[in-house]
Write a protein that binds this ligand. Sequence first.
Ligand code: GLA
Length: 354
Amino acid sequence: MNMKGQNKNSLFKASVATGSARGRVNLIGEHIDYNGGTVLPASISREVTVGLTPRADDLLEISSSRFDDTVSRSLTEPANSHWSDYIVGALSLAHKKGWIQSGMNIVIDSNIPDGAGVSSSAALIIAIFRACLALNGESKDPKDVAILAREVETDFIGVPCGIMDQMATSLINPGQALILDTLNNDTQTIDIPDTWSFITIHTGIHRKLSDGRYKERAIECQEAKELLKQNDLCHITPEEEAELTSLPEILQKRVTHVTSEHKRVLRAIEAMRMNNMALFGQLMVESHKSYSHDFEASTHEIDLLIESALTMGALGARLTGGGFGGCMVALVQKTEKEQWMKDFAARHKNVWEV
Ligand code: GLA
């Protein structure tokens, strides 16, 4: 069965149950969700929809509107570095949890770009879980669903990610940002002031979290935690911060990003509450500098795009997500958004609004 290019309605007609989930853009707070920090993601309008039809055997027949081939996998197979791994991982966990009892025919339609820092994989897993629950007419606490979705990424795919993407996709409503304290998974929502727009823009530079660089940073943070004998880097005291000089230089830089980023997020939340978007924008700029200089998760090309966005009048701009490519986010007045984006895209041929 070839699904590529099929219209969405006809794609899901034959499915017994469907589930959808949106991507997310992180407004500020990068690589601190596995260091005990608070993060501030918002949802984007792009989404993935999954249709499920139970089978009599334990096979998974997977078709996606993005790929030509239909893939045949089984519920008991390990990951094998194929795009369908996320589906196998999600459905085998759903099977273990008793949410499904057999193999499935699965159809997928998504307009969330992959490898772009906007949580295409978390959205796919959450959409699958939602479809599984819909099959049984069940509902679960969205936080529990997010925790299981992260398990697919960490245990099945092998990416040591934090919990931000899964919580964001599982919990956020459009027009709001999620204040997520990753120390205890406490959440609050905050309305994004409606005269402002956060534009999510693909930089034209592609990367995958599973390509190893995300993991490298997570390992560096882990090494720093062990050397500093700390469980979470975001809450070290000023006295402990003074001891950072005992760390190898590269780890000092990573911890400097993490601790300063966490402080910026807390200030950014207050700025948003007070509708002080000039301050919010300034914190985004500082966040990007720290992400690029201390965390070394940006690239020269991306730094130039950020500079250009600011020169063109954005109040703030930064690389969003796991780093090394994908999307940036820019803060502009809502009334200027359309023209601003047109001008930016005219100046930079490879960028596009997500
Ligand atoms: C990826 C991970 C998240 C988070 C961000 C960086 O999106 O999945 O857990 O660490 O990178 O902030």
